[in-house]
Design a protein around this ligand. Structure first.
Ligand code: ADP
Ligand code: MG
Length: 140
């Protein structure tokens, strides 16, 4: 489904609505250019899932795992650009667990190396603070 938001707060709210419909084990890919609002989306989703600590870009690590109503994993693969395949196998295993809901920024860097994808979110700039947000459930 295609959405349009006019502010970061609106993107967080939309993300929250989506997040409340997710089950443990969900894997949500969040793509878009730098500054599109991927981390903003994940922040809103994590908040709605009961995460109270600040959600920021995991710049110096591949990811973070937050405690919420369910565990919430936040991965950012940007750092792995060009090196995903050389990284040790199982790198993502601590984050992609059946009990957790995982959000992955820059998923294209993993190619088809991400299993169990349930949802795809694509965010694009639409002038000023406007964003187009396409949300697609992936059939299993
Ligand atoms: P990314 O993770 O995609 O690089 P961020 O979420 O870190 O992007 O940053 C998005 C920036 O754009 C933030 O400063 C945010 O406040 C701003 N912003 C403005 N309008 C929107 C919107 N409609 N949705 C999301 N972010 C927005
Ligand atoms: Mg980000």
């Amino acid at each position: 489904m295609r959405h349009r938001t006019e502010s970061a707060a609106a993107t967080e709210e939309l993300a929250g609505e989506i997040a409340r419909g997710l089950a443990p084990g969900a894997v949500v890919l969040v793509s878009g250019d730098l500054g599109a609002g991927k981390t903003t989306f994940v922040r809103g989703a994590a908040r709605a899932l009961g995460v109270s600590e600040p959600v920021t870009s995991p710049t110096f690590t591949i990811g973070q795992r937050y405690a919420g109503d369910v565990p919430v994993s936040h991965l950012d693969l940007y750092r792995l650009e060009g090196a995903f395949d050389e990284e040790e196998p199982g790198l993502l295993d601590d984050y992609m667990t059946p009990d957790a809901i995982a959000f992955v920024e820059w998923p294209e860097i993993a190619g088809d190396g991400l299993d169990g994808v349930t949802t795809r979110v694509a965010i694009s700039h639409a002038g000023g603070d406007a964003r187009e947000i396409e949300i697609e459930e992936v059939g299993s």
